[in-house]
Write a protein that binds this ligand. Structure first.
Ligand code: TYM
Length: 339
């Protein structure tokens, strides 16, 4: 079975390592919905095995898994058109990751900036899973022969590593079995920054809640967080060039652009010369207009976790139909005896 042509297929995932943020929505979910609407076969995963590479309280992990799944559903992922499931229910992910652990090189892992950032000066004490994480991510993607992976900017290096793993596997075993997956990183919301420090990305696990917008924040909280967001004293510039070296200003313009489906140019065309006292409330209103229907629906879905579990189970069955034969063929290629 030499698969030289791969049909377009999208895979992407989010870790349930805390609540969903605006970064997850703009960098990932919003575009996943668009890809589903374009009709591309799409597989979206709550990557719980990735979450446990750092300590997760079991009860909080369950809640976060439901919240991430609810966020995907509430944003418009339709489980009858896309496949939606949680990773640990499809054991083929962990099995293929082992094969890839034997393909990937230690030197490749040592170059992963996200590992270096997360491990910091504590690299001896973090879990082995955190180190091997990119190999599991490659397995997530390649188990479905996914051709496109919509992610935020921070995941680009991991998708490039996925290509390196696919290429080395194909080369070593003289097959053309795994595709060269493309990261899809387009538009203004690909790197949403921390509202208190424009040099850091907005993340689920930052120290202060004021630095991020959570998908479950209410309207008052969203308005307060944007109002207190750090900015410089200058007004909005006359052209996008004027955002250079103004990370906080650029971030708020990018968030507005992404939420409105526009660009930096379109936002500047409307707000050139405006002060923050005018722009921040407009941004808060836009964010509430776009996010409130999603958070209302998330709360409704989360009130019935059994229904979320049922939907994840349907997705698991459909995912395994694709994953099991790919893993089986991988084992054959590698020379592992099947009885
Ligand atoms: P995670 O859970 O950190 O983030 C999920 C998605 O949200 C994007 N994202 C952002 N985009 C813009 N600005 C931000 N501040 C921001 N924060 C997060 C991420 O880029 C990502 O697209 N390793 C992945 C999960 C994963 C995965 C996969 C993704 C596991 N296997 C296979 C794609 C394909 C992660 O930790 O994402």
């Amino acid at each position: 079975m030499a698969d030289t042509t791969f049909t377009p297929r999208v895979f992407s995932g989010i870790k349930p390592s805390g609540g969903l943020t605006l970064g997850n929505y703009l960098g990932a979910i919003k575009r996943w919905v668009a890809m589903q609407e374009e009709g591309t076969e799409s597989i979206y995963c709550v990557v719980d095995l990735h979450a446990i590479t750092v300590w997760q309280d079991p009860a909080e992990l369950r809640t976060a898994t439901h919240e991430v799944a609810a966020g995907m559903l509430a944003s418009g992922i339709d489980p009858s058109r896309s496949i939606l499931f949680n990773q640990s229910q499809v054991p083929e992910h962990a099995e293929l990751a082992w094969i890839f652990n034997c393909v990937a090189r230690v030197g490749w892992m040592n170059r992963m900036t996200q590992f270096k950032e997360k491990a910091g000066s504590n690299a001896e004490k973090v879990s082995l899973g955190l180190y091997a994480y990119p190999s599991l991510m490659a397995a997530d993607i390649l188990l479905y022969h996914a051709t496109h992976v919509p992610v935020g900017e921070d995941q680009k290096q991991h998708v490039e590593l996925t290509r390196d793993i696919a290429a080395k596997f194909n080369h070593d075993y003289k097959v053309d079995f795994f595709p060269m997956t493309e990261p899809v990183i387009e538009g203004p919301g690909m790197r949403v920054m921390n509202l208190r420090d424009g040099s850091k990305k907005m993340s689920k696990s930052g120290e202060s809640d004021m630095e991020r917008i959570n998908m479950l924040d209410d309207a008052d909280t969203i308005a307060k967080k944007f109002k207190k967001a750090r900015t410089d004293p200058a007004p909005l510039p006359e052209s996008p060039d004027g955002l250079k070296d103004r990370p906080e200003a650029k971030n708020l313009v990018d968030i507005y652009a992404s939420l409105s489906g526009g660009t930096q140019e379109s936002v500047i065309a409307e707000y050139a010369g405006a002060g923050w006292g005018q722009f921040k409330p407009a941004l808060a209103d836009l964010a509430v207009e776009k996010l409130a229907p999603i958070s209302d629906e998330m709360r409704r879905l989360m009130a019935d976790p059994a229904e979320i579990d049922r939907l994840l189970g349907v997705g698991r069955d459909r995912a395994r139909e694709i994953a099991a034969p790919v893993l089986e063929r991988t084992y054959e290629i590698v020379g592992l005896v099947r009885s």
